[in-house]
Design a protein around this ligand. Structure first.
Ligand code: ASP
Ligand code: MG
Length: 424
């Protein structure tokens, strides 16, 4: 017997048939004697519809809230999960499974006051644990909790992954199963490289890099949370037949386990290749080389809410002037250039150059910490294909390379093969 949290995303509860199918997954785990809490998203498309409605309403004058009255925005967009949770509870009851739905505030899942992008601060899981321990399935609305102002607060788009991991940590679950429309985490995007393989395990750190770098399987914050609380998290498919052999395997259900690196016995040097599209490169030429220049450039960009990613600064030849290159999402280029122009005098640069349509490909693996030559291998693989490298950044477990967008697929495939990820 185990205590498990099962999370189902929007596509998994998209219609009544799929909700019935989800109920079969849940029933399987209940029948196996497990204590089960379920976290659900809204039916797919629902949250978009609700957000759209909120946006069509007139703005509150004078407010500096991200949308309108963010508390009302939350009241509106949180409703999607209320519907899917209720429907799933009924589907379970009709199969003879004792179940009830819980909204975030009823548990309560306490959040901070940042409506629209709230963080969970505490979950009082006492009642939840009592109920699931006596065999009742708790179907919890994802994506939401209650703020210190006693009003519903939502966690930001894709937030129900985070709800699930947080509930799993709070009830001290043995594992958190994230059921989604893919059957696990792959060595790279299978749409680009058909030889991509499903990983049986990946460490929290690696998954965090993969998620931040564009692999859209899980919300980044949910991975951070899983890492902090060491919640063993399985990514698996809700479209698999709930009663197929092995589906109820308590130790190794089909999918990818995200876990502590100690649990990964056979460590590969490189675990995966990720890529992020639509990056833009901005270069400031001949910037003064003195203390405070970087702060002068990146401070105003941060204040403007622009997320700067790779930063490359050269050491100046003569100690007076240097070049500063960095990347931002393509959609933010115009804003970034305007901010820089505004501060031109103070920064004292010569020219700004920019180019859009860049792609950042990244090689990820905890094995890199103890292996030399991983970066050189990547650079060779790209040079053999005539791909020019524009910028490079590295961390302990990652090498990121900025290249022209036109070469994205070629680069991903080259890197995937050069580290042997094509092979079993
Ligand atoms: N329904 C919410 C959204 O679409 C939360 C989620 O699906 O994780 O963003
Ligand atoms: Mg989702």
């Amino acid at each position: 017997m185990a205590r498990i949290v099962m999370k189902f995303g929007g596509t998994s509860v998209a219609d009544l048939d799929r909700i019935r199918n989800v109920a079969r997954h849940v029933k399987r785990e209940v029948d196996a004697g497990n204590e089960v809490a379920v976290v659900v998203s809204a039916m797919s498309g629902k949250t978009n519809e609700l957000v759209g409605w909120a946006q069509q309403m007139p703005k509150v004058s004078g407010g500096n809230l991200p949308f309108y009255d963010a508390r009302e925005y939350d009241a509106i967009v949180a409703s999607g999960e209320q519907v899917s949770a209720g429907l799933l509870a009924i589907a379970l009851q009709s199969m003879g499974v004792d179940a009830r739905s819980w909204q975030g505030w009823q548990i309560p899942i306490k959040t901070d006051n940042a409506h629209g992008a709230a963080r969970i601060v505490d979950i009082d899981a006492t009642t939840l644990i009592e109920r699931i321990a006596r065999g009742q399935v708790a179907v919890v609305t994802g994506f939401q909790g209650i703020g210190p102002d006693n009003r519903i607060a939502t966690l930001g788009r894709g937030g129900s992954d985070t709800s699930a991991v947080a509930v799993a940590a709070a009830v001290k679950a043995d594992r958190c199963d994230i059921y989604t429309d893919v059957d696990g985490v792959y060595t790279t995007d299978p749409r680009i490289e058909p030889k991509a393989r499903r990983l049986s395990k990946i460490s929290f750190e690696e998954m965090l890099e993969m998620a931040s770098l564009g692999a859209k399987v899980l919300q980044v914050r949910s991975v951070e949370l899983a890492m902090v609380h060491k919640v063993r998290t399985f990514v698996r498919s809700s479209f698999d037949d709930p009663d197929a052999p092995g589906m109820g395997d308590p130790d190794n259900p089909p999918g990818t386990l995200i876990c502590d690196e100690d649990e990964i016995v056979e460590q590969q040097v490189v675990t995966g290749i990720a890529y992020a599209k639509d990056e833009a490169q901005i270069s400031l030429r001949r910037v003064a080389d003195r203390p405070g220049v970087a702060a002068g450039i990146f401070g105003p960009l941060a204040e403007a809410g622009i997320n700067v990613d790779m930063i490359v600064q050269n050491i100046s030849e003569d100690g007076s002037r240097t070049d500063m290159t960095f990347t931002v999402p393509s959609g933010d280029v115009v804003k970034a250039l305007a901010v820089l122009e505004e501060n031109r005098e103070e920064l004292g640069f010569d020219v700004i150059q920019h180019e859009t349509g860049m792609v950042k490909v990244s090689v990820i693996g905890i094995g890199m910490r103890s292996h030399a030559g991983v970066a050189a291998t990547a650079f060779n693989a790209l040079s053999e294909r005539g791909i020019n490298i524009r910028a490079i950044t590295t961390s302990e477990i990652k090498i990121s390379i900025l290249i022209d967008g036109a070469y994205a697929e070629l680069a991903v495939r080259a890197l995937h093969s050069v580290y042997g990820l094509d092979k079993q």
